[in-house]
Write a protein that binds this ligand. Sequence first.
Ligand SMILES: *Cc1c(COP(=O)(O)O)cnc(C)c1O
Length: 391
Amino acid sequence: MDLNEILRKEIDDLKEKGLYRTLKVIEETQYPVARIDGKELILFSSNDYLGLAGHPEMIKSSVEATKRFRTGAGSSRLLSGTIELSRILEKRIAEFKGCEEGIVFSTGYMTNLGVITSLAGKDDAAIIDKLNHASIIDGCKLSGAQLRAYPHKDMKKLEEILSSSMNFRRRLIITDGVFSMDGDIAPLKDIVQLADKYGAIVIVDDAHGTGVLGKTGRGILEHFEMKGDSIIQMGTFSKALGSLGGYVVGSHTLIDLLRNKARQFIYTTALPPGVLAASIAAIEVIEREPEQRSLLWSNTERFREGLKKSGFNTMESSTPIIPILTGDEEKTMRLSNGLYEEGIYAPGIRPPTVPHGMGRVRFSVTALHTEEHLKKAQGALEKVGRELGII
Ligand SMILES: *Cc1c(COP(=O)(O)O)cnc(C)c1O
């Protein structure tokens, strides 16, 4: 048997199960409108919640930094010296989050791998919400810690796991702040209370909260009016900050340890200057221009209320991530494809990204969607939703 034949079998298997994925090439016209295969669509698939990826100041900073410092960093940070922009960004993100110190990684995915493997090993318990992001699960697996998962936001079960994990050297509780497929928010106050009771470390992934949650967009801790001293916060510059890269913020000691231990920091090339400059500019724009966040939230509330009135199940979403529960995989794809025909791009989310029977079409609302965009999406959803018997 030749290699391709073996691999083809696996692909055929995915196709049979309705789990085969293809890449769609998107040609932007006037964001958030784009052309896919020659067809004009309104995109509801981007995490650029505030529209910062197209902000003139971000683009200007990025271009200027590229011209001045070149396109690539050229080496890893420890080996050939750190360019100043990396340090500026680390200081700015720490300040923004109200923490002593920060460290920047190439992506949010690598950040989770780095922070978890640096803090947990085979003598530890990594305790996670079942719906955590794949990068958290991969970080736990790579760390060799004993993995224990509790049902989504189930605090009773979390306590049971904690109380039966006292024989481990450390207990790490790791949770998404905003759950990326459900759009609901972790009960962080309760988690921290339990962590204190059982002597556990808490890591919160604020990927979808930074720039979005809280009065000034500082994320989940601001949302709950909590202090960050005892919580390890990570996040990404790739969503509301419209750039690329991940970060951890916390105490000097924590960041010092990560710089010395995280292989995802040590053995990879630093982010390019243009990307670092864009991230620095994003923090400044978020601090200076709260109007994008107000728009994001008014769009979000209006759209979600409309969908609920039409009878869609938006689960427990309370953020700009709005899932529409469809259930089985086939219906999920039929809704997503039907919307596509109507000029609306919202991806169907299937296992293994979500549990079986929990398929959904996911809308991400942004500040750039106009009233007309939202109305068009609502109309298309009602039309296709009725045809499929979802409402
Ligand atoms: C997107 C995401 C990540 C990964 O961030 P990238 O910068 O895209 O690698 C990590 N955690 C959560 C919860 C995310 O949604």
